[in-house]
Design a protein around this ligand. Structure first.
Ligand code: Z16
Length: 834
């Protein structure tokens, strides 16, 4: 690297090469310089916002140096790179993470203190980067952290939405969505106005035959939109490796139409065209686990995929290797089916633009891609209508038909005369209108397909992708259980617990190798250790109680059991069962004498999460939670025995405060519906216990931490189908305790009953698809076991310590290493210590 620097610049370059602050004075100098020059402000009116900006700029300067070096190191090493294509990256805040990963938070804390600021207040100034909905987007963010921390050559590719997931306000108990304009000041992104790609839409295809009799297809006409790259540095933990996240922003292609219209006096329309182009990357679709089939969404997908592939291919071509070496240099992971068009786009590049034979091209394609499935819910599986495809991407539709033809021919050879099989596995669904099944395309176009937890990976093999296991054999399908980064979800979110753990493990190395947590189990009977453990949890609860007071006005007692369910609001996640359980508890308390009540374990039921704006039932659930809170929290008979809190605008930074404060968290999806869940891992890693169903990663968490440390209940996935069948064709009665809950609601105990009839009749009149009634009794009983266990505080602390000690498996580092070995075939790049 050094040798390649031209001689005149060498001296200046060498003087510049330091990627840390020497000490707090060095840090302060940089902060002051940024306040006074970059921000053009004076230290006399430097508020917390300015301090945040300057502090970020100071750290950013350090990051950039390592970022450049990492990119050069990767380029010179000329080894295989992995590209993680995700329509969502739920990053949260960057400053705290950068300080901790670089290892200079102490320096910043001391420096900021001298300048008159508390570091916590400065960190709080940052707006979350919320370019995601929930688990899938946050998983992508954890993966980026692990990829960099483990020194893999990896890039993330996504969209630079102008508006991330909406901000949630609760007004009179109802969710109101407010746009999240987050780009006002974002020091963490670098516009690359020189890195642009022209993306084509619409138009038509012409075919001609060349001299060799080969058919050449050309995609012509239509309109062009420009993709502009914005790069975000991703610092690894305790390593200089700093990877790149490249986000594409859409812009009108200049000179195409705007100036013509402008010159001919059609100014308004030239502006309209510009805005139409910018609309592509304007907003994140706010649905989690639901496909709405909107044209703009398909445009987003192609725009992002085409720009990313152009970029990847451009980089590969610089290496001047033969095309057949492409899969040795490039691995592309499809995060769900959202980027599946990449399969078709790469085939198009190779066949139409580079002139490769179909077979050779298709070999390259399938050896390049891996596909991760994140759900079995049918309403979440993406399908696009053929007419829409024909209109927007005519050449891609032809290629899909060709891919499908060759695929079905191969199926036919293996299963002669099985027409049903052909219809089931076809990429095209023969409906009215015909639909392109994106999951089928992703499977056919990839060499590996993985689910995200063991149960889920088994389910996809035996249900939705069963036929494909027969066609391709079982080895194409594999499991990679999700993980979380312990840097953000332990060290950053719970610094005191991290500190206590490192005092016992002897170093902070457990943050790089989470299995080292096992060492703390030796201290589970150590009095001082246990006391400190319990005190940390209590302090975290006090902090959350303050937040609750500030944001809702409700006083909660930090000694009560904090019972938390924070995640997207969805019927399959069953927040309705939780709130019905809370009502049951309230009715029970009301029926007791004041004396009997005193024996009850006080609880705070805490909810948080966003409903998709068009998801009527989810919004009704939020409304009921708030309506119950309004009654229960003001009932003098109840006092501290029960409080019900809905925390507004749940997001990554709030999760960092909420998760360390939980005693019990709820992961209570109908068995077989939650692919993995990842917050379950975060809660346990922070010493909270779980009440949950045998679903997703709960099962593997149980295996690791032991059955005595988790509260499992409810029907099993293998029985759900029969129970549902019985709901529809047999007869069923609603659980008697649940009937009483419904009666209380219908009496108007929580306000206008009609507001909540949707939730009641879903259970009572419409087949109870999510088995709320079937699981209710088991749920209530298990909650009673929780109360009993919690009253034994010593026993509870033991469970908490044992659980944390056994969570090593759930690091996203383990998970990324499994992808690297089993799917991507890449190894970490050695980094020399400087
Ligand atoms: C999503 O967040 C998930 C699945 C999906 O199809 C779409 C979205 Cl936006 C979630 C799963 O629901 C969750 O169980 C899983 O832990 C997470 O993806 C990461 O794999």
């Amino acid at each position: 690297v050094e040798a390649s620097i031209p001689e005149p610049q060498r001296k200046a370059w060498l003087a510049h090469q330091t990627s840390g602050f020497k000490d707090k004075d060095g840090f302060e100098t940089e902060v002051v310089r940024h306040v006074e020059t970059t921000l053009a402000r004076s230290m006399y009116n430097c508020d917390e916002q300015a301090a945040y900006s300057a502090c970020s700029l100071a750290f950013r300067d350090r990051l950039i140096l390592e970022w450049n070096r990492t990119q050069q190191r990767q380029t010179f090493a000329d080894s295989k790179r992995v590209y993680y294509l995700s329509l969502e990256f739920l990053m949260g805040r960057a400053l705290d993470n950068a300080m901790l990963n670089i290892g200079q938070k102490d320096v910043a804390k001391a420096g900021l203190a001298e300048l008159g600021f508390r570091i916590e207040d400065v960190i709080e100034q940052e707006h979350d980067a919320a370019l995601g909905n929930g688990g899938l987007g946050r998983l992508a963010a954890c993966f980026l952290d692990s990829l960099a921390s483990l020194n893999y050559s990896a890039w993330g590719y996504g969209l630079r939405y102008r508006y991330g997931i909406f901000k949630q306000e609760i007004i009179d108990g109802y969710q109101v969505e407010v746009p999240d304009y987050w780009l006002d000041f974002n020091p963490w992104e670098f516009p690359r106005h020189d890195v642009t790609v022209d993306i084509q839409f619409y138009g038509h295809v012409t075919k001609r035959t060349d001299d060799n009799g080969k058919t050449i297809a050309t995609w012509e006409g239509g309109e062009i939109v420009k993709a502009v790259a914005y790069d975000v540095p991703i610092p690894g933990y305790a390593t200089p490796s700093t990877n790149n996240l490249r986000l594409w922003s859409s812009k009108a292609a200049s000179g195409e139409f705007d100036f013509q219209k402008f010159n001919s006096g059609d100014y308004e329309n030239s502006v309209a065209d510009q805005q139409r182009a910018e609309t592509i990357s304007a907003v994140l679709y706010p649905n989690d686990n639901l496909d709405r089939g909107k044209e703009l969404r398909l445009k987003q997908q192609y725009f992002w995929v085409a720009a990313s592939l152009y970029d990847i291919v451009r980089r590969f071509k610089k290496s001047r290797r033969a095309w057949k070496e492409f899969p040795d240099q490039v691995a592309i992971q499809l995060n769900d089916t959202h980027p599946t068009l990449a399969v078709v786009e790469l085939q198009r590049i190779l066949v139409d633009l580079e002139g490769l034979d179909w077979e050779e091209a298709w070999n390259i394609v399938t050896n390049t891609f891996g596909y991760t499935n994140h759900t079995v819910l049918p309403e979440a599986l993406e399908k696009w209508s053929v007419p829409l495809f024909q209109h927007l991407l005519p050449r891609h539709l032809q290629l899909i038909y060709d891919i499908n033809l060759f695929f079905l021919q191969s199926v036919e050879r293996k299963f002669p005369k099985d027409r049903e099989m052909l219809a089931r596995v076809s990429i095209i669904e023969e409906s009215q209108p015909k639909m392109v099944r994106m999951a089928h395309l992703a499977i056919v176009g990839s060499h590996k397909v993985n689910g995200v937890a063991e149960l889920h990976s088994d389910l996809i093999k035996t249900t939705i992708f069963k036929d494909f296991v027969e066609v391709f054999g079982p080895d194409k399908f594999t499991n990679v259980t999700n993980g979380i980064t312990p840097r953000r979800w332990l060290h950053q979110a719970n610094p005191r617990l991290s500190e206590l753990i490192s005092s016992k493990t002897g170093s902070q190395n457990f943050l790089k190798d989470l299995t080292e947590l096992a060492k703390i189990e030796h201290y589970k009977d150590d009095k001082a250790f246990r006391k400190e453990w319990a005190e940390i949890k209590y302090a975290n609860k006090v902090r959350l109680a303050k937040h609750i007071k500030k944001t809702t006005g409700v006083d909660v007692n930090p000694s009560a059991l904090f019972d938390v369910q924070v995640k997207r609001i969805h019927e399959y996640k069953r927040q309705q069962m939780n709130i019905f359980g809370v009502i049951h508890r309230y009715l029970t308390l009301k029926s007791l004498s004041p004396e009997e009540r005193k024996k009850f374990q006080p609880r705070v039921s805490i909810f948080g999460g966003k409903a998709a704006p068009g998801y009527w039932m989810a919004k009704q659930i939020i409304h009921l939670i708030n309506a119950v809170g309004a009654v229960v929290n003001n009932d003098k008979d109840i006092g501290d025995l029960l409080k019900v809190i809905f925390l507004e605008d749940y997001n990554v930074s709030k999760a960092e405060m909420i998760i360390p404060a939980s005693d019990l968290s709820e992961h209570i999806s109908t068995a077989g519906t939650e692919a993995s869940g990842t917050s379950n891992m975060k809660f346990v890693l922070n010493g909270g216990l779980i009440i949950g169903t045998c679903d997703g990663a709960n099962i593997e968490i149980t295996r690791e931490i032991g059955e005595q440390n988790i509260f499992l209940f409810g029907n099993l996935a293998e029985d759900v189908e029969d129970i549902r069948h019985n709901h529809t064709y047999g007869s069923y009665t609603v659980d008697p305790d649940l009937v009483k809950v419904f009666e209380a609601i219908e009496k108007g105990t929580f306000g206008e009953p009609n507001d909540f009839m949707g939730m009641i009749s879903a259970v009572r009149d419409h087949g109870d698809f999510y088995l709320v009634s079937d699981d209710f009794h088991s749920y209530i009983e298990t909650q009673e076991l929780v109360d009993k266990a919690y009253r034994d505080q010593e026993g509870w602390v033991t469970k908490s310590i044992e659980s944390v000690a056994r969570m090593g498996f759930f690091s996203s580092d383990r998970c990324i290493n499994e992808y690297a070995e089993g799917i991507w075939n890449i190894e970490p790049l050695a980094v020399k210590d400087q």
